[in-house]
Design a protein around this ligand. Structure first.
Ligand code: HEC
Length: 108
């Protein structure tokens, strides 16, 4: 009786743990669909931040931790992006890229 109950209970718990582990270990270029922080910026952030919809974020030495927090939680008019779309490794890369890149020339 107890053995059967334990089995039924353990199965979804173990499956959940395995899924969490695999997504947590994803590396850019490995399981991540993103190749680089620059690519994430060009394909996602740039649609707004290079188009005058969002403010300029390159060339301002914004701290990577500030950038990652805003991307995960959103900020007023900016939507949040989940880890199922931009994984942690890709987010870290794009935050470092933005933080260390000069502002795009020709933009105000
Ligand atoms: C749909 C358009 C849109 C996309 C896509 C977008 N943003 Fe934004 N973002 C905004 C807007 C609009 C604001 C300004 C929010 C406000 O002040 O109301 C903003 C603000 C920010 C800020 C705060 C800037 C400041 O002056 O403090 C950061 C950092 C930021 N975005 C990072 C990113 C990153 C990194 C990405 C890509 C992963 C991204 N955003 C994608 C629209 C966007």
């Amino acid at each position: 009786m107890t053995t059967i109950m334990k089995r039924q209970f353990m199965r979804p718990v173990m499956l959940g743990a395995a899924l969490t582990l695999s997504s947590g270990l994803a590396q850019a270029g490995d399981q991540s669909p993103w190749q680089s922080g620059e690519q994430v910026y060009a394909k996602v952030c740039g649609h707004c931040h290079e188009a005058g919809i969002g403010p300029t974020i390159k060339g301002r030495n914004l701290p990577p931790s500030y950038i990652t927090a805003i991307v995960r939680h959103g900020f007023r008019a900016m939507p949040a992006f989940r880890s199922s779309f931009i994984d942690d490794q890709a987010l870290k890369s794009v935050a470092e890229y933005i933080s260390t890149s000069p502002a795009t020339q020709g933009k105000e």
